[in-house]
Design a protein around this ligand. Structure first.
Ligand code: ADP
Ligand code: MG
Length: 331
């Protein structure tokens, strides 16, 4: 049986040339680029809640890092370093090999280095990743920057990850072809890092979609003290979701399903051409889905549910507090 330090050495120690000191001491040492602000985030993943222990180890490693890189992307930060706290039920080397393989493949893609962490025994497989990025002073994309009259944009497509999960749980029936299209969105999400970096000079506010479109746009509205109007038909749907858009379960995935890791951002209408060009350059759909409106009656007025109005063929889709929705009768 390998011990704790054998596991760390074998599976979590990789060269980290951009750090002053990486894995192996009491602390890692880093030297931030001159004058940059650090963007720091932690996300926790628990077996049974965020993934199933039976999921592929490589996909668990990928996703654990991807969700953190997505938070950096949403702030417009360049990913630099990452720390990992892992609780393992046993020293399962087959798992650790796959897990660290998925983790480091994604880390390499974005040039992030694992510089430290903690490894303990735990009855439940738990993961807590801390990611550190850099952003020029004052340039971070925040939730509180939305301005009245801004367009609301979404990257990629919405609801695919939730549709894969709903399919797995039996609440939505996808064809094999549709499932094949949706499952990678759930298991190996792509953090929109490149997009976040360019948006620093374009967007007024930004958030990544981890809890669902309605809830996450709601966070921008709340932090910016604004309202918004969105047309359901303008939301970007993959071919798979499009085929099911009349089904309430599928529309719930689009509006309230988590795990998309797309970016929602707001920008002045005079940026439309620039954003269309950016979409072409990144080969990533960027879709205009609505508009930011002034807050009702000034600061603090209006319940959270009233800030966001989603219209479907002229009818308002009612959203409750959590962003969960009750559709009118589909036509
Ligand atoms: P300490 O006792 O000071 O907390 P540890 O013995 O827990 O240090 O860890 C030894 C070294 O290995 C430290 O540099 C720590 O950052 C690193 N480390 C431990 N677990 C991990 C992990 N899962 N990933 C990366 N580095 C790790
Ligand atoms: Mg320790």
């Amino acid at each position: 049986m390998p011990g704790e330090f054998d596991l760390i050495e074998k599976y979590f120690t990789r060269p980290s040339p951009s750090a002053v000191l990486g894995v192996g001491d009491d602390c890692a040492l880093v030297r931030p680029s001159s004058g940059m602000e650090l963007a720091i985030t932690t996300d926790m993943l628990l077996a049974g809640r965020h993934f199933l222990p039976s999921d592929g180890p490589g996909t668990i490693g990928h996703k654990a890092l991807a969700v953190n890189l997505s938070d950096l992307a949403a702030m417009g930060a360049t990913p630099r370093w990452v720390l990992m706290a892992i609780g393992l039920p046993e020293a399962d080397e087959k798992f650790l090999k796959g897990f660290s393989g998925g983790f480091f493949a994604l880390a390499k893609k974005f040039g992030v280095e694992l510089i430290g962490g903690d490894t303990t025994r735990s009855s439940l497989l738990t993961l807590s990743i801390t990611a550190i990025g850099e952003v020029p002073p004052g340039k971070a994309l925040r939730r509180d920057g939305a301005k009245e009259g801004d367009d609301i944009w979404v990257s990629g497509t919405l609801g695919d990850a939730a549709a894969a999960l709903a399919h797995r749980q039996g609440s939505l029936r996808l064809t094999t072809e549709e499932a094949i299209a949706c499952f990678p969105r759930l298991f190996v999400p792509a953090p929109r890092v490149e997009l976040g970096l360019v948006l620093r000079d374009i967007a007024h506010s930004c958030i990544d979609v981890s809890d669902g479109f309605a809830a996450d746009l709601g966070h921008i509205l709340q932090r910016s003290d604004k309202r918004a109007e969105v047309e359901f038909e303008s939301l970007p749907l993959s071919a798979a979701l499009k085929a099911h858009e009349r089904e309430e379960a599928a529309r719930n995935c689009v509006l309230s399903g988590g795990d998309d890791y797309e970016l929602i951002f707001t920008a002045s209408p005079d940026k439309r051409t620039e954003i269309d060009l950016l979409s072409a350059t990144l080969q990533l759909p960027l879709t205009r889905v609505g508009r930011i409106l002034s807050a009702p009656g000034g600061r603090g007025a209006g319940g959270e549910g009233e800030r966001l109005q989603i219209l479907n063929k002229g009818q308002t889709i009612k959203l409750d507090r959590t962003g969960f929705d009750h559709f009118g009768t589909p036509r």
